[in-house]
Design a protein around this ligand. Structure first.
Ligand code: ADP
Length: 552
C-alpha cells in the first residue's frame, strides 16, 4: 500500500527561502581583509543569492554546470553556496591552500565553467589561470579595489540579472548534485565527491539534533573550518535551515583575531580541526579571564583525533569541546562523541575520556568494523577498518570507476581508518591505515601516542610517525613542539609515557621542533614528517649524539 504523504523533493532552496522569509533580520557578519566587520542579514542574503542565481542563468549556466569558488569564509561565499544551487548549478569549492598546479588539475577534472574569486586571491589565480579555461571569472572586491577587465565585478554581475522577485527556481530533483568537494589527496590523487540536495538536507537535520552537535536558531556560529573543506562541515546549510546568526572570519584565522570575535559577537559554536584549537588554548591560559565569552560557547572539533588534554584545557575555561568524526566523503558528520543516556551520571574523568573517543554514529549512518576475518560484532573490541554507508555517505567518486579499494561489493565506503568499538559502544580510532606503525611485528597506534604526549604539561603539539629501523622494520618517532617558554626533554617524555604504554610502544626517538608542517586542511602533515625523518641515524641516537636529520 502506498502512503498518502506528498512527494515533495528535499531541496536546499527550501532552506534559502525559509531563512529569507522567517529570519530576515538575523545578522551575517564577516571579517574583511582589512579586519573591518561587514554586516548584512538573511533578507539581503536571500535576495542576493536569488539574484546571483538569475545572473548565472542569464550568463548561460545550465543545470548541472559547475561554478567554482576560490574564496575565504565570508558573506559572498555564503551567497554563492545558495545562489549557485538555486540556478540549478553545482558549487565547486576549490581549496586555496593547495599548490596552484593541483588546483588547476582539480578545476579541469571537475570541468568548472565559471569561477567566483576573492580579489585578495587573484595573485593565486594568476599562478594557474592559463591552465584552466574558465569561461567567466567573477571577482568579489573585498578590498574595494575596482575589478579589471576581462573579469566581471561580482556586484555588477548581480545587478546584471533581470531583477524579478517572483522568479521561480528551475525544476530540481532531490538527487541532483548541488556541490562538489575534492578529497585533499593526502593519501593519493584528489577525488571528487558530489553532494545532493537530499544528502545535505538530511545531513543538516541530523547534525542539528540535540544528541548530535545540537544546534538551534539561538546559536551564533563561527566556522573556522574553511568553506572549501567538506562544505565547512555542512554549517552553511544548517545555518540557513535554522536562520542562525553567522560570523565569518574571512582570511584572519589566528587566535588573536578569533578570540576577540568570539567575544564581540557572542559566538556560541565554532568548528575547526584540532591544530587551530591547540594554539588557542595556550593563549587562553596566558590570558585567563581576559575575555567574556558566551556561557554557551562550545567547539566542534574533528578532522583528526582530538587529544584529551585539549578537551580538558578548554574545560578549564568553561568551553566544551565536541568531537565528531567524518570525511569529505561523509558530508562530513558520521559520528559524535557525547555521553550517552545509558551511561547515567558520569564523573569528569569518564566524561572527558568519552569526549576523547570518536563517539557513536548519528542517526541514519550505518557503521561497521571489518577485520581480516570479516565484519566484527558491534562493541566487540576487535580492531579493523571502519566502513560506513548512509544517505550522506558517497557511494562513488566523480568520474572514477567504483573500485574495491574504496567501496565494498555490498556498497559500504571503505574509510581507511582503523578503529575498535569499546564495550560501551564508542568508536576509538587508532590510526589511518597509512599512518600505522609496525614495529617488530606489533602494531603501534600513532594517535594514542600523540594524545598521551600532548597530555604532558609542557607540550603544545606532537605527531608520531613510523621511521625505518634496521632491526624492528619501523619504530615510532615523536616530533614535538614545546609550549612557549617551556622546555621538555626526551627523558621527561619517556617517563611520562612509561606508565601508559608497553615498553616497546614508547618512541625511542624524539625530535624537538618549532612547528609541525600542516596539510592543506590544517592537519599534521605526516607524509612530510616521514620523508624528513626517513634517514634517522639510530646508531648516533643510541650514542646520544644524534642531531635529527631534518630536511627543510
Ligand atoms: P584529508 O584528511 O585527506 O584532508 P578529510 O578531511 O576528508 O580529508 O579527512 C578525513 C579523515 O580525517 C578521516 O578518514 C580520518 O582519518 C580523519 N578524521 C576525521 N575526524 C577524525 C576524528 N575525530 N578522529 C580521528 N581522525 C579523524
Amino acid at each position: 500500500m502506498l502512503s498518502t504523504m506528498g512527494r515533495v523533493p528535499l531541496t536546499l532552496t527550501h532552506f534559502l527561502d525559509r531563512a529569507g522569509q522567517l529570519f530576515g533580520n538575523v545578522e551575517i557578519v564577516s571579517r574583511m581583509p582589512d579586519k573591518s566587520l561587514h554586516r548584512t542579514n538573511y533578507a539581503a542574503f536571500h535576495r542576493r543569492a536569488r539574484q546571483l542565481a538569475q545572473a548565472l542563468q542569464h550568463a548561460g549556466l545550465k543545470a548541472g554546470d559547475r561554478v567554482a569558488t576560490l574564496m575565504w569564509n565570508h558573506y559572498a561565499h555564503f551567497e554563492a553556496y545558495f545562489g549557485v544551487i538555486a540556478s540549478g548549478g553545482v558549487l565547486h569549492t576549490l581549496n586555496l591552500r593547495l599548490a596552484p598546479d593541483e588546483i588547476a588539475w582539480i578545476a579541469n577534472h571537475a570541468r568548472d565553467r565559471f569561477l567566483i574569486v576573492d580579489d585578495v586571491l587573484l595573485p593565486l589565480l594568476a599562478k594557474f589561470r592559463d591552465q584552466v579555461a574558465f569561461e567567466r571569472v567573477i571577482v568579489v572586491s573585498l578590498t574595494g579595489a575596482p575589478v579589471a577587465a576581462p573579469d566581471t565585478d561580482y556586484e555588477a554581475f548581480l545587478a546584471s540579472a533581470p531583477h524579478n522577485p517572483t522568479w521561480t527556481y528551475p525544476d530540481m530533483h532531490e538527487d541532483d548534485a548541488v556541490a562538489m568537494c575534492y578529497t585533499s589527496g593526502t593519501t593519493g590523487r584528489p577525488k571528487g565527491v558530489t553532494y545532493s540536495h537530499r544528502s545535505q538536507v538530511l545531513h543538516s537535520l541530523a547534525q542539528c539534533l540535540p544528541d548530535a552537535i545540537g544546534i538551534s536558531g539561538r546559536d551564533v556560529i563561527l566556522p573556522v573550518v574553511p568553506m572549501f573543506h567538506a562544505n565547512a562541515w555542512g554549517v552553511p546549510y544548517s545555518a540557513a535551515m535554522l536562520g542562525i546568526k553567522m560570523v565569518f572570519p574571512g582570511p584572519h584565522l589566528h587566535p588573536d583575531d578569533l578570540l576577540p570575535l568570539f567575544e564581540s559577537e557572542q559566538v556560541t559554536i565554532s568548528c575547526g580541526v584540532p591544530t587551530i584549537w591547540l594554539g588557542m588554548v595556550q593563549i587562553l591560559d596566558a590570558r585567563a579571564g581576559r575575555y567574556r565569552f558566551s556561557p554557551q560557547l562550545r567547539l566542534t572539533v574533528g578532522g583528526s583525533a582530538v587529544p584529551e588534554a585539549l578537551i580538558r584545557g578548554f574545560a578549564k575555561h568553561g568551553i566544551e569541546v565536541i568531537q565528531g568524526w567524518g570525511m569529505t566523503e561523509t558530508s562530513p558528520l558520521a559520528t559524535i562523541a557525547k555521553v550517552k543516556q545509558t551511561q547515567g551520571d558520569v564523573d569528569d574523568d569518564v566524561r572527558f575520556a568519552t569526549h576523547a573517543s570518536q563517539g557513536y554514529p548519528i542517526p541514519l549512518v550505518d557503521l561497521r568494523i571489518v577485520a581480516d576475518d570479516g565484519v566484527q560484532p558491534w562493541d566487540g573490541q576487535a580492531v579493523g577498518e571502519i566502513q560506513v554507508r548512509g544517505p550522506w555517505i558517497t557511494a562513488a567518486y566523480h568520474e572514477v570507476p567504483v573500485a574495491e579499494e574504496s567501496f565494498t561489493a555490498d556498497g559500504w565506503l571503505r574509510t581507511g581508518d582503523v578503529a575498535a568499538v569499546t564495550p560501551d559502544g564508542f568508536v576509538r580510532i587508532t590510526d589511518r591505515t597509512k599512518d600505522l606503525i609496525k614495529s617488530g611485528g606489533e602494531w603501534i597506534s600513532s594517535v594514542d601516542l600523540e594524545n598521551a604526549i600532548m597530555g604532558h604539561p609542557a607540550v603544545a603539539e606532537a605527531a608520531v610517525v613510523a621511521v625505518p629501523h634496521p632491526k624492528w622494520a619501523e619504530r615510532p618517532l615523536a616530533v614535538v613542539v614545546a609550549k612557549a617558554g617551556q622546555t621538555v626533554t626526551a627523558d621527561a617524555l619517556r617517563a611520562h609515557l612509561a606508565p601508559l604504554f608497553a615498553k616497546w610502544a614508547i618512541p625511542d626517538a624524539f625530535a624537538f621542533v618549532d612547528a609541525i608542517p600542516r596539510t592543506s586542511t590544517g592537519k599534521f602533515l605526516k607524509t612530510k614528517l616521514r620523508d624528513q625523518y626517513r634517514d634517522w641515524d639510530w646508531d648516533a641516537a643510541a650514542r646520544g649524539d644524534a642531531t635529527p636529520p631534518i630536511a627543510a
